[in-house]
Design a protein around this ligand. Structure first.
Ligand code: DI6
Ligand code: FE
Length: 411
């Protein structure tokens, strides 16, 4: 049932109690437990208590309260797979695809990822920042509090580092947490041998980026149009040497055994997974690797091969959902619409969709202090003019965010 909007209060004290909250049940990773209740204590940056009003700890009895009047409260949303920083646009190529050219054909002709590489190399840091901020603001308007951002449109040292610096800067420009992922193994520059590219550019750049503290994880694109499993293994081995966790674009267009390889390196996540095999599912279940599903890329490519949702469910593989925001296959900046697509296109339940952009998304980027509403977590919250969590996946183009709380601060 919709809850009518009302004027917002801007200042809240350091410690306050949100009462009459309809807390979304979000399953905690690795357990069957559901966190829900009616009262949330925000104690500086963290959640001090979440549960029934009757159980409110004595120390918070006198804290200031604010009634949410039965509104739904969810963890702040987490977009765990994006390519948010890039130059240019691929609207022209979209037009070409509408008249028959395939994504792979456009890339083979030097377009696709390569046209974005060219535009990103040319763009200044400020230009990249401005265009990424516009996309980020769209996500923030829908309750986003954490975002993962990949490099991968530089394919040379300067531009890869430039992208990562811009990504970090986004976290200073807005009240949002940014996790950066080095994706030097996104595509092989034209006229270069892939192994040579890895040896001379991709791996040394990774080391430099890590030394500068610009990288939280390492990713690759394992595909016929990108890198072979053997080449990805070189990237993963180098990441392991640097103590960086890995993730992988796997089984997006064909089955390369990428998910199994990712699991071998205890990857945080394997992403896309339309062509995932039974062996890949078993390997992911074994290591607790999160399946990050990207329905907007599926939609934009008019893919017909569905990721094996029921098998992932049966195997107990945690499923996350993300926008994959990128200029080629997913010009998407809405996590709510992504949830709708997860439900409508992939058959996920509204609860799975919500877990997919909260608890499981946090797990997919290696964070254990957000994505859930319970004591000790960061107070990253989204309050909605809804009371039923299913509304989030059900509606299209309707994002009635009442307020966003980031590290305890209302913003
Ligand atoms: N898979 C994707 O969907 C994006 N990258 C990747 O490895 C697409 C990147 C692009 O087309 O620019
Ligand atoms: Fe991607």
């Amino acid at each position: 049932m919709p809850v009518p909007p009302e004027p917002r209060e801007t200042q809240l004290p350091d410690c306050y109690v949100l009462t009459d909250a309809r807390m979304a049940p979000v399953r905690l990773p690795h357990s069957g437990e559901y966190a829900c209740g009616g009262v949330i204590v925000v104690d500086e940056q963290n959640i001090g208590f979440a549960g029934d009003a009757a159980d409110l700890p004595a120390q918070y009895q006198d804290a200031r309260t604010q009634s949410l009047k039965g509104r739904l409260v969810t963890p702040g949303l987490i977009d765990c797979h994006t390519h948010l920083v890039y130059g240019g646009s691929r609207a022209r190529e979209f037009e070409m695809r509408q008249t028959g050219a395939s994504y792979e054909e456009i890339m083979a002709a030097g377009g696709g990822i390569f046209s974005t590489v060219e535009a990103t190399r040319k763009a200044s840091k400020d230009e990249l920042l401005t265009s990424a901020l516009r996309r980020l603001d769209n996500l923030i308007r829908e309750g986003l509090t954490t975002i993962e951002i990949k490099s991968g449109y530089g394919l040379n040292t300067d531009t890869e580092l430039k992208m990562l610096r811009v990504a970090r800067r986004l976290g200073e420009e807005r009240q949002v947490r940014v996790r950066t992922t080095y994706l030097g193994a996104h595509a092989c520059p034209k006229d270069m041998d892939a192994d040579d590219y890895l040896t001379r550019i991709c791996l040394p750049t990774m080391e430099q980026a890590a030394a500068e503290g610009l990288v939280d994880a390492v990713d690759g694109f394992c595909e016929t149009i990108a890198f072979t499993p053997a080449q990805i293994e070189r990237v993963f081995a180098a990441a392991a040497q640097l103590g960086l966790p890995v993730k992988l674009h796997a089984e997006q267009l064909s089955d390369q055994g990428g998910a199994t390889l990712a699991a071998k390196y205890k990857a945080l996540s394997a992403d896309h997974l339309e062509y995932l095999s039974d062996a890949g599912i078993a390997a992911m279940a074994d290591t607790g690797t999160v399946a990050v599903l990207l329905p907007a890329a599926f939609y934009a490519l008019r893919e017909t091969q569905l990721p094996p949702i029921q098998k992932l469910r049966d195997a107990g593989v945690p499923m996350a959902l993300a926008t994959d925001s990128n200029p080629g296959t997913s010009p998407m900046t809405s996590l709510l619409l992504t949830m709708n697509m997860g439900a409508t296109l992939f058959g996920m339940t509204p609860r799975e969709c919500l877990e997919g952009v909260t608890a499981h998304a946090a797990q997919a980027i290696g964070l254990d202090d957000c994505g859930q509403i319970r004591a000790g977590m960061r107070a990253d919250l989204a309050v909605w003019d809804f009371s039923d969590p299913a509304e989030m996946s059900y509606r299209m183009g309707d994002a009635p965010l009442h307020m966003r709380i980031f590290g305890g601060e209302r913003c």
